[in-house]
Structures are given as C-alpha cells and as structure tokens.
Design a protein around this ligand. Structure first.
Ligand code: 2BA
Length: 109
C-alpha cells in the first residue's frame, strides 16, 4: 500500500476530489499553507494499493493545472535591504507537488 500526498491549488481541489471519488479512491483533503507564498493551498492524502498509484497520478495530472501567481514585495524593515525587491514577482505554482510514501501498516476500525 502507498500514501500519496499531493499539494495542489485550492481552485482545483473540488474537481480533483470529485474525480477521485468517481474512480473509487478514498481521499482526505487538508487545508495547508505554502512556505514560499505563505498563502493557502490544499493537501490531499490518498491511501491506495500499489497497483492503483499510476491511475491516481493520472487523475491528479488531469485535474490540476499550473498558474502564475504574484508574490507581493515584503518590506525590508528589520530585514536585509540588499535583497529587497520593490515590485511584485510572478512565480509559476504547480500543477501538483506529489510525494508517494510506502505504508507500513493500515488500520481501519
Ligand atoms: P509555496 O511554498 O508557497 O511555493 C509556491 C511556488 O513558489 C512554488 O510552486 C515555486 O514555483 C515557487 N517557489 C517556492 N520556493 C521558492 C524559492 N525558494 N525560490 C523561488 N521560487 C520558489 P510549486 O513548486 O508548484 O509548489 C507549490 C506548493 O507545493 C508550495 O507552495 C508548497 O506548499 C508545496 N511544496 C513544493 N515543494 C515542496 C517540498 N519539497 N516539500 C513540501 N512541500 C512542497
């Protein structure tokens, strides 16, 4: 068994959850925060048999798309003024960032 952890954008979360449930995957949605943008994103926890990992990955790819997001400049007050960027910078936020972990034990009481 594997545990898939997928960090995705909030905008894609309902679509992804519906697609997973339609394909008989069990998933848990967690509210999370990205360390770089410090804004909300969504983390899916999907427990599944090894042979279904590729299908789950395909569904994630089909339902999550990359978007450009603006990073607001952070005030240099109390920080290092040398690295201060006075204008918003655009970064591309995935798609999805996915980890696949082996599951040692699974219990469902
Ligand atoms: P954030 O940390 O808020 O990062 C958002 C986007 O900012 C990233 O998109 C990337 O394009 C950019 N970025 C992140 N760190 C950067 C840096 N040090 N310098 C320049 N640009 C940077 P994604 O790579 O698609 O990541 C989307 C979200 O996935 C991340 O949100 C974070 O919540 C999660 N994530 C990404 N890599 C991870 C990792 N290795 N471990 C845990 N979570 C991760």
């Amino acid at each position: 068994m594997k545990l898939i952890l997928a960090v995705i954008q909030d905008q894609d979360s309902n679509k992804l959850m519906n697609a997973l449930v339609d394909n008989n995957f069990r998933a848990t949605k967690l509210a999370s925060t990205g360390g770089f943008l410090k804004s909300g994103n969504t983390t899916f926890m999907i427990g599944t048999e090894d042979i279904r990992v590729d299908r789950a990955m395909q569904i994630i790819k089909e339902n999550c798309r990359a978007r450009d997001q603006l990073v607001a400049p952070v005030s240099p007050m109390g920080g290092n003024a040398d690295s201060y960027v006075p204008y918003p910078v655009e970064v591309e936020v995935g798609g999805a960032t996915v980890f696949v972990l082996p599951v040692e034990q699974f219990h469902h009481f």
